[in-house]
Design a binder for this molecule. Structure first.
Ligand SMILES: O=P(O)(O)OC[C@H]1O[C@H](OP(=O)(O)OP(=O)(O)O)[C@H](O)[C@@H]1O
Length: 303
């Protein structure tokens, strides 16, 4: 009997991105139902085939912005999938949470990246994510110790978007870590690029310096980064670029986390348009990552 085709499992609040990925990867999308008990706990229910099982291979889609409850959902879903016959389980987490705390900055702090990464590695056989924030860690496999830990980058697509929307723009990254994404985006789109330096002083406070001699006078600039969270990094960078003579400053990010007053911060700093990928659902979504995620699934034999 031929092996059943893999399923794409998704939680019932993510039907639209799941269908996009299923279509791109040629998978059958099946929803995991969630029920919220009065005390706040979740009950989840996995879909089953006619014989009451799941296929031997499955993909579980969950973007891990606002992660705390989702990590519990993943635990319940992954363990249950195993008990129902899944032997190979791939996590597709377009946004991978808890990667920014990659060291103990003060004695006693949890190194969340390693702890959450190790926990996910116990639940899944393979994982795919987009532009994870690893900073002091060289590879995703160090943070998420799986034989198959695949990074997809949105940078080329964001670069092409910037070139189409703001022809002749300069791509600028706000800090050292963004250099990798800015370089990829600039190469893909044939744009000039530059990278600032940044010092983080607190959750909502950063210090940024433009690169010496940056040539933005009289030119449009597109700031490019992995994420906008409070928006403070991009807002400060935008102010400095306008002071340096940029004719316009727009923003392209992989992950539009956009918490609290982030949009107001961006607007007050003179930023025109925010473009983002659909890794995190947001009104700024302009890039569909499903084709790239599907290619990554195929590259590891998960689709
Ligand atoms: O919108 P915001 O609240 O400013 O956050 C977004 C910024 O934070 C992250 O870098 P971070 O400063 O955490 O880099 P680090 O790894 O050097 O701490 C990220 O790469 C953005 O640049």
């Amino acid at each position: 009997m031929p092996a059943a085709a893999p399923w794409l499992l998704y939680f019932d609040d993510e039907a639209a991105p799941a269908q996009r990925l299923a279509d791109a990867a040629g998978l059958t999308a099946r929803a995991i139902e969630r029920h919220r008990f009065p005390d706040g706990e979740w009950r989840i229910r996995l879909p089953l085939d006619a014989a009451g099982h799941l296929p031997a291979r499955a993909v579980l889609l969950r973007s891990l912005h606002t992660p705390n409850e989702k990590l519990i959902e993943l635990l319940l879903a992954a363990r249950t999938a195993r008990s129902l016959g899944v032997q190979h389980l791939t996590l597709v987490a377009p946004y991978l949470a808890y990667m920014r705390q990659d060291m103990a900055f003060e004695p006693g702090q949890a190194v969340s990246q390693r702890i959450v990464g190790a926990w996910l590695a116990e639940l899944f056989d393979a994982a795919i994510t987009v532009d994870p924030h690893l900073h002091r860690v060289a590879t995703l496999g160090e943070a998420l110790p799986l034989a198959q830990a695949v990074v997809v980058s949105a940078a080329p697509a964001l670069g092409r978007l910037a070139a189409a929307q703001r022809p002749g723009c300069v791509l600028v990254g706000p800090d050292g870590e963004s250099a990798q994404w800015v370089a990829q985006a600039a190469a893909a789109a044939g744009l000039a690029h530059a990278v600032c330096t940044k010092e983080r002083l607190g959750d909502r406070e950063v210090r940024i310096a433009l690169p010496p001699g940056v040539a933005v006078q009289g030119r449009p600039v597109v700031l490019l980064d992995d994420m906008a969270s409070t928006g403070r990094t991009l807002a400060l960078a935008a102010r400095l670029l306008r002071q340096a003579g940029a004719t316009s400053v727009d923003v392209a990010v992989t992950h539009a986390l956009m918490g609290g007053d982030a949009w107001a911060q961006l607007q007050q700093s003179g930023i025109g348009t925010l473009w983002s990928t659909d890794c995190v659902p947001h009104g700024s979504n302009a890039v569909n990552m499903a084709p790239d995620l599907a290619a990554a699934l195929r590259s590891i034999g998960a689709a």
